[in-house]
Design a protein around this ligand. Structure first.
Ligand SMILES: [Zn+2]
Ligand SMILES: [Zn+2]
Length: 311
């Protein structure tokens, strides 16, 4: 296989759905979903950097009854739609935002984050529910003339991979081999470790494109020490990953949620990183891929004979 160094950016795009099952959704994150989405989209567009947008399918709806009686989710799963978020369509629907991604000139991959953010690794999530979440997402995409090939599991909770393959998907984001957050940044042994990941084909013929780094895994009091974007330790770490991808054979896979962009300081971190990726793409052999293009490359590679041909 030809050595390839690439960067993948994946985005968990969910508005309220990332928090609807929590007793106390974090207010600043919930309220930042729309501003973050628009900001993220414009930064990527400005630098012509494509990303994998894993969108919660429910956001493609214009409206709903808040009941979803035909959906096999446990009782109460959609309760917030009928109670505290009843008058908050901006948290439950986002066809305008989804359309902006699909129409963007940056050639993004349109991917899935399930229909309603069900946790697939949860023991109470049946195969029936997993299939319903994936089929509903595929049906909505088909209504828009799209087909979903990649999935980002809600909270990276990997599960029901067989159902994923049966529902027409080819790729998913696997867990990062290194710990996210403060531990990963402050432990010097981890700090010096490679951030590159190796996509692999699993027993269902799905390509696992593991995460390298959660771009907002270092927050709270420690972050306030880093006053400017130039002393931001997370940005330094992410740039190191981009450097490694530019120099070597592997994928640096960074991810975030639109709602992580709570303030202009967060926009600045992303702007600095995406600008850096664009500059290195210009000056080196670095490429920017999506999860879908990584999967296509891996599945087409004749050298990959370690697994039987998918069904
Ligand atoms: Zn609904
Ligand atoms: Zn999510």
């Amino acid at each position: 296989m030809v050595p390839v160094g690439s960067v993948v950016i994946s985005i968990d795009a969910e508005l309220g759905w990332g928090f609807h099952d929590l007793d106390e959704p974090p207010r600043d994150r919930v309220e930042s979903g729309r501003r973050g989405w628009e900001s993220l989209l414009s930064i990527l567009e400005r630098h012509d950097v494509p990303a994998t947008w894993a969108v919660v399918g429910h956001l493609m709806l214009e409206d709903c009854d808040g009941e979803h009686a035909d959906h096999p989710a446990p009782p109460g799963w959609f309760e917030r739609e009928r109670t505290t978020w009843r008058e908050r369509p901006d948290l439950r629907f986002g066809p305008d935002l989804v359309r902006a991604v699909v129409d963007s000139p940056a050639d993004h991959e349109f991917a899935s984050h399930t229909f309603s953010h069900v946790l697939f690794g949860d023991l109470e999530t049946t195969r029936e529910l997993a299939v319903a979440e994936l089929e509903r997402a595929q049906d909505l995409a088909a209504d828009w003339g799209l087909a979903l090939e990649s999935l980002v599991y809600p909270r990276n909770d990997v599960g029901h991979r067989e159902a994923l393959a049966d529902c027409g998907f080819h790729a998913y984001r696997g867990r990062s081999p290194t710990p996210d957050g403060v531990v990963g940044l402050l432990d010097s042994r981890l700090r010096n470790r490679s951030l590159l990941v190796e996509p692999s084909v699993d027993e269902y013929g799905l390509v696992n494109v593991p995460a390298s780094l959660f771009l907002f895994g270092f927050e709270g009091p420690l972050r306030t020490v880093a006053e400017s974007v130039w002393t931001d330790p997370m940005l330094a770490q992410a740039r190191r990953g981009v450097d490694q991808a530019a120099a070597g054979d592997g994928v640096f896979h960074v991810w975030l949620h639109p709602n992580n962009l709570v303030s202009e300081r967060d926009d600045a971190r992303l702007e600095a990183l995406v600008g850096y990726i664009a500059r290195l793409r210009e000056r080196t052999d670095l490429t920017v891929e999506t999860m879908g293009s990584v999967a296509a490359r891996v599945l087409e590679s004749p050298a990959d004979d370690s697994f039987p041909t998918p069904r």
